[in-house]
Design a protein around this ligand. Structure first.
Ligand code: PLP
Length: 407
């Protein structure tokens, strides 16, 4: 273990987001670790090249196999999540696909939460199905359902909490308990929370995945993923599926995420503060029919806020007293708030799950998941909360007057 790694083990997360990870040494003493923007690495002699390929000598070979900037990101995020290792990938979906391919073989079964991101749903229900992997989607709010559906060939249980798009909460520790002595691994997509607000490993998760595109990077300029786990699993993901599928991260993206991570703690607190203010505004607006936000006392499993999750996060879903065209008119009336998918950026983003993030669901699956045509998802950004609220208010008011006119 490096000296840098040892010193971070006792540091608080707010310090680790800045100092964690094995930084490559810059001969000039630059404060910020250099970006190794290179595809390949020179060997000093032929024996060194063959020794590195044979794994007999440490060192870099080619950036699809490893790169110092990417290593620094991997060690920093692994440390934040409390795991010994991590593998960075080109996208969050790349991380989920590579992890699945490392753990599962044709004929195997996986249990997946019925509330997950649309492309994760498509990956399990369509793509992996073509390769003979059976994904069973169940409601894991009742952990007994997991015990009932586990089989001998179940390789993992995959959950997202809070989950797209209704912010459904799942009790990670209770799910792990329900898995009993099963050899299946518990995989948690921690994208909505980040390790600053939720530590799945301490609750029993074997593997934690992120779309690093979101809060980890935080600036809307990267698409990336990362998976954290034990050394053996991560080595398998890196040296088989990720390396050979080629879904590896670019060094430049790793460098940008390292920069973004430094402000993760302050950003998450501001994101959450702003979200709470936006929820208070939505609650008192007559045009808002229903709000889904873990911080609300009536949200299912709200008691997990403050125990499993430090705070309620910055993603809110809500429905309007309207039909789909009214919801669309409201979206079109927004000015500062960007009509865009994604979350965790400085800018507040809003989207329409039924026709956007959850369009990979069939209409039947969408209906079963309760994704109505008027459901909207807002990812609250870092602007002044008053400006976010003012934009929501003017758009809601303008739609209201349009309805009155057309009534
Ligand atoms: N997991 C969650 C919870 C997401 O919201 C997303 C994307 O929105 C993904 C995974 C996929 O990540 P990416 O877009 O980086 O591939």
């Amino acid at each position: 273990m490096s000296e840098g790694k040892q010193s971070t083990e006792h540091q608080q997360l707010a310090t680790q987001v800045i100092h964690g990870g094995k930084a490559p040494q810059d001969p000039e003493g630059a404060l910020v670790a250099p970006l190794y923007q290179t595809s390949t690495f020179k060997f000093s002699h032929a024996d060194q090249g063959s020794a590195r390929f044979a794994g007999e000598e440490p060192g870099y070979i080619y950036s699809r196999l490893g790169n110092p900037t990417i290593t620094q990101l991997e060690t920093r995020v692994a440390g934040l999540e409390g795991f010994p290792a991590a593998a960075a990938s080109a996208t969050g979906m790349g991380a989920i696909a590579a992890t699945t391919m490392a753990l599962v073989r044709s004929g195997d079964h996986v249990l997946v939460s019925d509330a997950i991101y649309g492309c994760s749903f498509a990956l399990f229900s369509e793509l992996f199905e073509r390769f003979g992997i059976e994904a069973e989607f169940i409601d894991m709010a009742d952990p007994d359902q997991i015990t009932a559906h586990l089989r001998d060939n179940t390789r993992f249980v995959f959950i997202e909490t809070p989950a797209n798009p209704h912010l459904k909460l799942l009790d990670i520790a209770a799910i792990k308990t329900a898995m009993g002595s099963s050899a299946a691994k518990l995989i948690v997509d921690n994208t909505f929370m980040t390790p600053l607000l939720q530590q799945p490993k301490s609750l029993g998760a074997d593997i934690v995945i992120h779309s690093a595109t979101k809060f980890l990077n935080g600036h809307g300029d990267v698409v990336a993923g990362i998976v954290c786990g034990d050394e053996e699993t991560i080595a398998d993901i890196k040296m088989t599926t990720l390396k050979d599928m080629g879904a590896t991260m670019s060094p430049h993206d790793a460098w940008l995420i390292l920069r973004g991570l430094k402000t993760l703690d302050v950003r998450m607190q501001r994101h959450c503060d702003n979200a709470e203010k936006v929820v208070s505004f939505l609650q008192q607006h007559e045009r808002v029919k229903k709000i889904y936000y873990p911080g609300l006392a009536n949200h299912p499993k709200h008691d997990l806020v403050g125990s499993q999750m430090q705070r309620a996060g910055a993603v809110i879903a809500f429905e309007l007293h309207s039909d789909e065209s009214g919801a669309r008119a409201f979206l079109d009336a927004l000015d500062m708030i960007a009509l865009a998918v994604s979350l965790g950026d400085a800018e507040t983003l809003i989207q329409h799950p039924a026709s956007m993030t959850h369009s990979p669901y069939t209409p039947e699956a969408r209906q079963a998941a309760g994704i109505s045509d008027t459901l909207l998802r807002i990812a609250v950004g870092l602007e002044d909360a008053n400006d976010i609220i003012a934009d929501l208010k003017q758009a809601l008011d303008s739609v209201a007057s349009r309805w009155r006119d057309s009534a």
